[in-house]
Structure formats: C-alpha cells, structure tokens
Design a protein around this ligand. Structure first.
Ligand code: NAD
Length: 316
C-alpha cells in the first residue's frame, strides 16, 4: 500500500480546503495534480497558493518545494490515475462523493489511497460505491486551514484495511500533519463533536443572559483556550489534580461537583432572536474592523505558536 516515495498527490476539488491542501503538499516538495470543474478554479488555486506561500516559508519549505509543481487536469479519474495519494475535497454531497470515488476507484492503481476530507459523510457510505478496492478508501479529515492546522482525523469505516489506515497515517505524518485514528465512525468525527458541545453551551449561556457575547469569547480566548492549544482536555484535567494528577482528582469533592455540572448543561435551538443577538455581539467585538486583518493576525500568531510548540520539549 502506497509505493514509496510518494511524489504526486491528486487534489480533487480546489475550494477553501482543497486549495489549502494543495499549498501544503507543494510546500512539502510534492507534485500536485488538481481538478475542479468551477470556472476559474485553476487561477483561484494559484492565487491561494501564492497568498499562502510566505506562511509556508515561515513553517519551513521542503527540498523541491515550488508553486510550479501544480498542474490541473479536467477529469478526477485522470488526476487519480496519475497520483500516489488522493485527497478529495469536493462539495459535501453524498451522491457527488459516491460518483467521484467510483470513478477514481476504477482509474487509480490498487495501491493508491483515496482519502476524503468530508466533515459529515461516513466513509463507509463512499466505500460501498467503490467495488474495486474499497479498502483503500478512507477518511482524512483536516481542520481549516489544512496548511496550518496539524490535525487530520483518519477513519477506515466498514471496509478500510489496517494496511491502508497505517499508510495514510504515515503519509500525513510525513507531510507534517498530526493524524489521529478514529476506531469507529461517528457523525461529525471527534474534534467537531468537541466543538459542538462547546458551541451549544456558548449559545445557551448567552440566551440565558449569563454573559455577553464578547465576554463569552474572552472566557475561552483569554482562558482555557490558551491551555487547550498546548494540552488536550484529559491532560489539562490531570494537571488540575495537582501533583497527584487524575488519581487524586477523582477522589476530591471537586470531581463530583464537576460531573454534576455536566448534567446542568443547556440544549439550545438557535432561534432568529438568539442568532441576531450573537451576530450583533460579534459585530460589536469587531468594532467596524473587517475580518481580513483578524485572519492575518490569527495566522501570524498561529505560526508563532506552531514554531514555539515544535521547539518545546515536554509537550505532546
Ligand atoms: N470548510 C471547512 O472548514 C472544512 C473543514 C474540513 C473539511 N471540509 C470538507 O472539505 C470538503 C470541501 O469543503 P470546502 O469548504 O472546501 O468547500 P468549497 O465549496 O469551498 O469547495 C468545494 C469545491 O469542489 C468543487 N467541485 C464541485 N464539483 C466537483 C467535482 N465533481 N469534482 C471535483 N470538485 C468539484 C467546487 O467547484 C469547489 O471548488 C467538504 O467535504 C467539507 O466537508 C471543510
């Protein structure tokens, strides 16, 4: 599975996520063969690669890295047939993904992994459209933007083989990603489910009048969000136990009180009034500033954080 070396990646669909994957693969010195039926897709992708190149320079370019290693073809099956690894990023429609993967499964050599970036579709539903080699059809779900955020969620669904999953994990590691493996399929995968829990409670707290939109944002961005970029929920909890760690924490009254809180969390449907309240609150936070400056500042600090984490011993 995956003949070494992996040199050419097919990027299927070059919207927000596909263009960002293409930028990452080019910066890692790989050839990218891309396809997207939208008018002007090739020009838009080249512009996105150009715009993101300086960020990749800061992260560190690999030998052979060049924006010129990008080429476009018209048909997904031609891209898949020419590639060592396929990363699919088409629209989030099951019928469309099944059609795309059926065509790519028919065209790609047996050892080529076909990975989908899908956020919500179960990969098993795509595998069943691939009679030739369903075992090499996997989930490879990135976080936006994939050229900066290391996480990739990998799942094998019903048919994914151990060999294919391991090969995909090692490919993602080789291009600088941090893959995690999902042992079972679950709607939304893992990281988005964690975010969903937080967003639900955020809307609930604003709707209940507990806190303003700006203070809710501050509660994360100036609070636990800083730690979460360094240590996940369980390791943070371990540190909350003091020197005795989790074992000590589980014996403390604080632990029972913490669990009682879980049962008090809200379940909310965002009605038009709540949507307006949150939108108005965000507009007030922005204070008339557009989002471009904020995205640039976020990505700048994100790059500094990634560099700091990479250079720090003792963090996972
Ligand atoms: N937006 C996110 O934050 C995010 C994060 C992680 C994963 N994803 C997943 O990535 C995928 C793409 O999402 P996006 O946000 O980039 O969407 P997008 O709408 O920006 O891009 C989709 C692209 O697919 C192209 N396309 C349409 N038909 C196609 C076809 N037959 N073959 C190839 N390309 C085709 C479109 O022209 C468009 O450029 C989805 O599966 C989504 O769930 C999105």
């Amino acid at each position: 599975m995956i003949e070494q070396p992996v040199r050419r990646i097919a990027v299927i669909g070059t919207g927000l996520i596909g263009a960002s994957w293409a930028l990452l693969f080019l910066a890692r010195g790989l050839d990218v063969v891309a396809t997207d039926p939208a008018p002007g897709a090739e020009e838009a992708t080249r512009r996105a690669v150009e715009a993101g190149w300086s960020a990749m320079e800061r992260l560190g370019l690999s030998d052979r890295a060049s924006p010129d290693r990008l080429r476009f073809v018209t048909r997904p099956e031609d891209a898949a047939a020419a590639a060592d690894f396929v990363q699919e990023n088409g629209p989030e429609r099951l019928d469309l993904k099944r059609d795309l993967f059926a065509r790519m499964d028919a065209a790609a050599p047996a050892h080529v992994i076909l990975a989908s970036s899908t956020s919500t579709i179960q990969v098993s539903q795509v595998q069943s459209a691939c009679p030739r080699h369903p075992g090499r059809v996997l989930l490879g779900h990135p976080f936006n933007p994939p050229h900066l955020i290391p996480l990739v969620e990998v799942a094998g669904g019903d048919a994914g083989t151990e060999e294919a999953i391991e090969a995909a994990m090692s490919f993602y590691r080789a291009v600088g990603k941090h893959p995690i493996r999902l042992r079972k399929e679950v709607p939304g995968h893992v990281a988005n489910r964690l975010q969903a829990a937080l967003w639900q409670e955020a809307f609930h707290l604003v709707q209940s009048g507990v806190v303003s939109v700006a203070d809710l944002d501050a509660a994360i961005a100036h609070g636990p969000g800083l730690r979460w970029a360094l240590l996940g929920p369980f390791l943070n909890l371990h540190l909350s136990g003091g020197p005795g760690g989790l074992a000590a924490l589980f014996d403390k009254p604080l632990w029972a009180a913490t669990q009682a809180l879980w049962r008090d969390l809200g379940s909310v449907t965002v009605n038009p009034a709540l949507a307006r309240e949150v939108a108005d609150g965000v507009a007030a936070e922005l204070g008339g500033q557009g989002t471009d400056g904020m995205v640039a500042a976020r990505d700048d600090v994100l790059l500094q954080l990634l560099a700091a984490k990479a250079g720090t011993a003792g963090l996972p």
